[in-house]
Design a protein around this ligand. Sequence first.
Ligand code: HEC
Length: 114
Amino acid sequence: MKYNKKFQTLILALLLGFLVASCISNVEEQLEEQLEETKVSYINNVKPILEARCLSCHGAGGIFPDISSYEKVNAHAVSVKEEVASGRMPKGGPLTAAQIKSIVDWVDEGALEN
Ligand code: HEC
């Protein structure tokens, strides 16, 4: 009888432990998913800005650097960030604060092809 009680308590403790552990890992997974979702997207955010405001000058065969594809932007990501953050680019009218933030954050997040 005594042994059974101890055994029951042990099982209960194990079950509780398991529950708590699975809860925590669920929360971690959700946080990671949210982080992924809040990263700036190259395809949805950055590329349209570059197309509208940069490629008239920095397209293939245009002024250096050519930033007309992901690989090419990626190769010049740091200078693109610096030019945009400082307001030196684009020539011909500033970007909005939100557009600048998109490009700066995207580069800071690793200039992903996302
Ligand atoms: C009207 C043409 C024009 C547009 C539009 C333009 N640029 Fe430029 N960009 C230039 C010229 C010209 C240079 C050469 C340096 C200079 O004259 O300042 C240059 C230089 C650069 C450089 C190189 C700076 C260095 O280190 O030498 C980068 C990076 C750059 N531009 C990024 C951009 C980005 C990003 C955009 C869009 C947000 C953009 N540019 C829009 C004309 C343009």
